[in-house]
Ligand binder design. Structure first.
Ligand code: IMP
Length: 199
């Protein structure tokens, strides 16, 4: 049976997806392991479009069934921003995750708390033929004004899970992989993976 390609260059996502797929007993490779260097422009107007475009591009470049995710943080007080633009949410050239968190907090400063938010993930699984299927997951919480924790990536240090009293960055990988938007999307994608690999 051939392996699944994890179709992303985001190291934070790769680490999480590796654990999730390992736990599910699915054999996979990363782009680096097959010497594949591919950047796909995320110019779609939905998570599905972007995830689908990435999965198909990696599947066609590698000849392997490929799994891509497009994800984002949606903040209610900002009408769903940064959403699809989460990875590019900063006016600063060459911005890093910390700059994007600072920009988000600056935009929220005058808004009434709690700053309700959720992470969304859409996963696309594509075959080299272009056949494609999708699964989704959401994780609900709130944005807090001070950073807490050193784990995860992106907006994790300012995303609080109220029922745990911890930010995403204070969770260990196992905990994050039980409740994150990406974990829920991967779980929802399991029947698709099983079907695609048995066909
Ligand atoms: P994209 O899916 O490559 O467009 O990137 C999504 C962006 O959303 C990431 O670069 C992060 O800024 C943010 N994001 C997605 N998932 C997470 C997560 O699990 N924790 C923190 N930030 C995330």
């Amino acid at each position: 049976m051939s392996k699944l390609l994890i179709a992303t260059n985001n190291q934070g996502k790769i680490e999480e997806l590796k654990e999730l797929l390992q736990d599910a007993g699915i054999e996979f490779v990363t782009p680096a392991q097959i010497n594949l260097q591919l950047e796909v422009e995320e110019d779609g107007s939905t998570y599905q479009e972007n995830a689908g475009k990435k999965a198909v591009a990696f599947a066609q470049a590698s000849g392997l069934i490929s799994l891509a995710d497009d994800s984002g943080l949606e903040v209610a007080a900002l009408n769903g921003a940064p959403g699809l633009y989460s990875a590019r949410y900063s006016p600063k050239p060459g911005a890093k995750d910390k700059d994007r968190r600072d920009f988000l907090l600056k935009n929220l400063k005058d808004k009434e708390r709690p700053w309700k938010a959720h992470f969304h993930a859409t996963i696309a699984i594509a075959k080299p033929t272009g056949e494609i299927e999708f699964a989704e997951g959401n994780c609900f919480g709130e944005i807090i004004p001070e950073e807490r924790g050193t784990g995860g990536f992106g907006y994790d240090p300012i995303f609080l899970l109220p029922e745990l009293g911890k930010t995403m960055a204070e969770l260990d990988m196992d905990e994050k992989n039980r409740l994150s938007h990406r974990a829920l999307a991967v779980i929802a994608a399991m029947p698709i993976l099983k079907r695609m690999f048995s066909a």
